[in-house]
Design a protein around this ligand. Structure first.
Ligand code: GLN
Length: 454
């Protein structure tokens, strides 16, 4: 089999299912085929030894790719053609994967269903009337539909894990700082993290290996050793101590979701792990804390989209202020505007102490909850999302119900720890996800448990 064969298979599958799934915003077929041809010449030589050599991959559209349209699913960046690669994109080049195209998402990664995309709504390949989750819905759907083998997503409050759960694939949010954010179009810089979405835990470990590591271009990337993730895939969980937060199996969690987690715990118990119920008492503040902090950071990060420096500019402004106003009014979608307004309000003088500062304090308490549990336990386990994939349109009129969907993933971002979603069953033909959360920079234990369970 050649790299050209793999790439052809990928575009063939896209040709078959893409009009239904709608996972891609941009395809890069010509360049992908050309790159594949060049790589075919290396087959059989030492230059073709890399584990990801020739693998077709999809990239979420908030990761900038040189010469390949990058929109963050926003009209304001509709024709943005980056002049540089994100660090993860360069790392993919080094690993010799082939970028098939750019994947749909909620605009600027704000959403849980892909319905906030400025262009189209991706569908869940398991049931086309359902959402694929979000914001990395295109990344999860493209892997689930077999259009690509791997994809990259980003996770600020659950945007890799929740769509992975809804689409029945494996998605990891690494420890904050594990992967460079250089070239990731920022939503909330203290929470954003890029991570892999794949069919298996093993693939996930290989892809994370390729993108991990400190980066001089991102001062928040961490200078810690990158272990061999694949070495963690021993299948052995004997003696491992699992904590199950009672807050993660309580009110609002669908009965089948709850049952699937309890079944998963039984499997792990049989393999020699033990589990106990614990409490993360500040979980109840996580949602409010997250939406306040992430919107505050977003309001600052999105100030750069002013019609002067990037992308869309309103055609007939009366003066400079009018140019800013009209460009932003016409370029941003409703959800993005809602967050900018909320964030600007929370940061304004007179309200800063009451909202932003208070939320920062709550964040510290949430982080300490995790640290306390991790003093005694190796991993925390719970569901990834409270329900299976919901219907397209079901939550669109009510942003608060939509936000409540993130209740089980958000605390992990606030604490900065790694978390994975692995498939753990079905409810009415819709996949469910098990979430496994680890200590800072302990992706290996997370992978170990995920792989043993898988
Ligand atoms: N659904 C959450 C939000 O709308 C999380 C998004 C994300 O992780 N990027 O903010």
């Amino acid at each position: 089999i050649t790299v050209s064969d793999l790439v052809s298979e990928s575009y063939k599958r896209i040709g078959e299912v893409e009009d239904k799934v709608q996972a891609f915003l941009t395809l890069d077929e010509e360049r992908a085929r050309e790159a594949a041809k060049k790589m075919d010449e290396k087959i059989g030589t030492d230059e073709a030894k890399g584990l990801l050599f020739g693998m077709p991959i999809g990239v979420k559209d908030n990761i900038v790719t040189k010469g390949l349209r990058t929109t963050s699913a926003s009209k304001i960046l509709e024709n943005f053609d980056p002049i540089y690669d994100a660090t993860v994109a360069s790392k993919l080049h080094n690993a010799e994967t082939i970028t098939i195209g750019k994947l749909n998402m909620d605009e600027f990664a704000m959403g849980s269903s892909n319905e906030n995309s400025g262009f189209k709504a991706t569908r869940n390949p398991w049931n086309l009337d359902r959402v694929p989750g979000g914001s990395s819905g295109g990344s999860a759907a493209s892997v689930a539909a077999g259009e690509v083998l791997f994809s990259l997503g980003s996770d600020t409050g659950g945007s890799i894990r929740q769509p992975a759960s809804y689409c029945g694939v494996v998605g990891l949010k690494p420890t904050y700082g594990r992967v460079s954010r250089f070239g990731l179009i920022a939503f909330a810089s203290s929470l954003d993290q890029i991570g892999p979405i794949t069919r298996t835990v093993e693939d996930n470990a290989y892809l994370l290996q390729a993108i991990s590591g400190v980066d001089p271009m991102d001062s928040t990337s961490a200078n810690v050793d990158v272990p061999s993730y694949a070495e963690a895939l021993t299948g052995d969980v004997k003696g491992l101590k699992i904590a199950v937060p009672k807050e993660y199996l309580g009110e609002g969690v669908n009965e089948e979701v709850r049952q699937s987690v309890l079944d998963a715990l039984k499997v792990l118990e049989k393999m020699g792990a033990t589990w106990e119920e614990v409490s993360l008492p500040h979980s109840k503040y996580a949602l409010a804390t997250y939406y306040l902090l992430s919107s505050s950071e977003a309001s600052a990060n999105l100030a750069r989209f002013d019609g002067v420096r990037y992308g869309y500019r309103t055609p007939n402004p009366e003066n400079l202020i009018d140019l800013y106003k009209k460009t932003r009014a016409e370029g941003f979608g409703d959800e993005v505007k809602r967050r900018i307004m909320l964030g600007t309000f929370a940061l304004s003088s007179g309200y800063y102490d009451a909202y932003y500062k208070k939320a920062q304090k709550a964040r510290t308490l949430i982080k300490q909850d995790f640290e306390n549990v991790f003093e005694k336990y190796d991993v925390i386990i719970g569901p990834t999302a409270p329900t299976p994939a919901f219907k397209i349109g079901e939550n669109m009129s009510d942003p608060l119900t939509m936000y409540a969907n993130d209740i089980l993933t958000i605390p992990v971002n606030l604490a900065g720890v790694p978390g994975i979603s692995v498939p753990c069953g079905f409810s009415n033909g819709l996949p469910l996800g098990l979430q496994i959360i680890g200590k800072h920079f302990d992706e290996n234990t997370v992978y170990r448990v995920a792989h043993a369970f898988e």
